[in-house]
Design a protein. Structure first.
Lengths: 174, 249
């Protein structure tokens, strides 16, 4: 390679490394703001590096797995509450895991079910029964990266059914 | 070591070389895409949670990974153009940019259409979606710079610098789902060793992916040849080519 090309390559290379380093540092510094949601354990213990905790009344997103058996639906209207626990693989739930209760009124996304990943957007409140809870205005389903044909899923005991609503519940929405 | 590559820096050689490649790329694209899309959209089993909606995966994932792949190709072309000042590298980058922009737009639109029924929202500002949107803006910026200057060398230089600076975004898109928590799921196919998908769903995906990759090759080849002709229109070989075509008709 002739010296002029070598020089140009060195300039391009060092500029790229410089920009890469800047981008890396900026993203590292902002990493907590780039996270889309808090996990239930971060809500009680704070973020891993900074111990940052949201304050009461703040609007936050919380993400976690719906704890099996925790979904309570009101038969009269669309009010629903459920508990979220941290996402982990393989999926397992313990009584002692930090959990957060989410209160929501509205239609749940098609993928909602027990054990599914959910991101809820709402206000952090101190509920008199369940402690730190979320009054959600929006519930989104977080799909995982696993795809499976229905027959295979059933043989593994993983069937999925959409949440169904009665006429009465739907009418209450007004 | 790179001596064998040197003849291809000549526009005429490259023009005829890509001309010989085109029929192969076209045939492969037609075969792979027709097998892959029919298999994927009609015969692959439906997903246990998403039902048939998951089939958008077969368009969305190839479009998204090719949008990044094309950008990577453009970044290499930009490097060659800035360091070795190859005019053909500029022509190839100009040929790739609009194709990449369209594939990025396809990835964003199909993802949005899938997100509404599955997640419950068209759009969310999570790290994956936002960085892919930035990729679209980078493509649009590169296209704009290529056409902003009368002088093609200057245009290639300006667009090349933007392309290289923007290439920082590629690892961010790729690893966004691992570095931060996002609504977008992790990657299904590119996990080494163990894809999170059953084989009868994965095979049609491979056909679709390679088919779309070949389609990109075909379109980029056509655009590249077009760029070569446009940029060398006063050369004798181009004039001969054109007049030979004209008398043929």
């Amino acid at each position: 390679m002739n010296p002029r090309r070598k020089k140009r390559l060195a300039i391009v290379g060092s500029v790229l490394i410089g920009i890469g380093a800047v981008a890396g540092l900026v993203l590292y510094a902002l990493s907590q703001n780039i996270d889309l949601f808090y996990t239930p354990s971060e809500l009680t213990q704070g973020k891993k590096d900074t111990g940052l905790k949201p304050s009461l009344g703040q609007r936050i997103r919380i993400g976690g797995l719906v704890v099996p058996g925790s979904v309570k639906r009101d038969p009269e209207n669309l009010k629903v509450s459920f508990k979220l626990a941290d996402m982990k693989t393989p999926i397992e739930f313990n009584e002692s895991d930090p959990m957060t209760t989410v209160y929501y009124e509205g239609i749940l996304p098609d993928l909602f079910r027990e054990g599914q990943g959910i991101v809820a957007n709402g206000e952090l409140v101190n509920h008199n029964v369940t402690g730190l809870s979320i009054e959600a205005s929006e519930v989104l389903a977080k799909h995982d990266e696993n795809y499976m044909p229905a027959e295979l899923a059933e043989s593994e005991g993983k069937g999925h059914k959409k949440t169904s609503y009665s006429e009465k519940q739907l009418e209450s929405k007004g | 070591m790179w001596k064998w590559l040197h003849p291809y820096a000549n526009p005429e050689v490259s023009y005829h070389f890509t001309g010989r490649l085109l029929p192969w790329f076209s045939a492969l694209a037609a075969i792979l895409l027709s097998i892959g899309l029919v298999w994927a959209l009609l015969f692959a089993p439906a997903d246990y949670q998403q039902g048939d909606s998951f089939r958008i995966f077969y368009i969305h994932v190839p479009a998204a990974s090719l949008s990044m792949g094309i950008y990577f190709g453009m970044a290499i072309a930009a490097l060659c153009s800035l360091v070795w000042q190859l005019k053909l590298a500029d022509a190839s980058a100009a040929a790739m940019a609009p194709v990449g922009a369209v594939f990025t737009a396809i990835a964003l639109l199909t993802g949005s259409a899938w997100g509404k029924p599955m997640w419950g929202t068209w759009w969310i500002w999570d790290a994956r979606l936002t960085s892919e949107l930035i990729l679209l803006f980078l493509y649009l910026g590169v296209i704009a710079l290529h056409s902003a200057f009368e002088d093609k060398n200057l245009a290639g230089k300006a667009a090349g610098i933007l392309t290289l600076v923007g290439s920082i975004n590629l690892p961010i898109i790729k690893y966004s789902v691992e570095w931060w928590n996002t609504l977008h799921q992790g990657s299904t196919v590119s996990k080494l060793g163990k894809p999170s998908m059953s084989l009868d769903m994965l095979w049609p995906f491979l056909f679709c992916f390679l088919g779309f990759a070949m389609l990109v090759a075909v379109i980029v080849c056509y655009r590249f040849r077009n760029e070569i002709l446009a940029r060398n229109s006063i050369r004798p070989w181009v004039r001969e080519l054109v007049s030979a075509r004209a008398t043929h008709k």
